[in-house]
Design a protein around this ligand. Structure first.
Ligand code: RB5
Length: 150
């Protein structure tokens, strides 16, 4: 299990806290930045981590900003990425089971550090259910590929 982490300045502290949690659990990760609270542009950092996940270099991405919204929009522009903003444990579980999400996005001003750790644990340990959800996820890929769903 190897994770791609990224955040903008608005979630620098949340990312550092998640790193501490992953260190304690012995889970491997790469930190794609940013590396301080200096103001940066969130699409760059979301792109760095999401494109590494899309290339298959990492199992999952954990990408944060102040709200979780901007980074999710950026990550979802990367082909092959299904990024979900999660604000509670149920969402972290269901987006894996139903959407086969490969990136979890969170907002530093939205979730506590403790909740973020729990959501990461749930997200990376929950399997995709497949079945009828596979058909739906395949439709997401069709949309990404410009297929006209009619
Ligand atoms: C940065 O100020 C803020 O816009 C960013 O962290 C994020 O919340 C955007 O969606």
């Amino acid at each position: 299990m190897k994770l791609a982490l990224a955040a903008d300045h608005g979630a620098f502290e949340l990312k550092e806290s998640i790193k501490k949690h992953l260190d304690e659990k012995g889970i491997e990760y790469h930190d794609f930045g940013c590396y301080s609270k200096e103001s940066v542009d969130y699409p760059r950092y979301a792109y760095y981590a999401a494109s590494a996940v899309a290339k298959g270099e990492y199992d999952f991405g954990v990408i944060c900003c102040t709200t979780g919204l901007g980074v999710s929009m950026a990550a979802n522009k990367v082909k092959g990425i299904r990024a979900a903003v999660c604000t509670n444990e149920m969402l972290a579980e269901v987006t894996r089971r139903h959407n086969n999400a490969n990136v979890i996005c969170m907002g530093q001003n939205v979730v506590t550090k403790e909740l973020a750790d729990k959501m990461v644990d749930i997200f990376i340990s929950t399997e995709f259910e497949g079945g009828r959800h596979e058909r739906r996820v395949n439709l997401l890929t069709d949309i990404e590929n410009g297929v006209d769903l009619g």
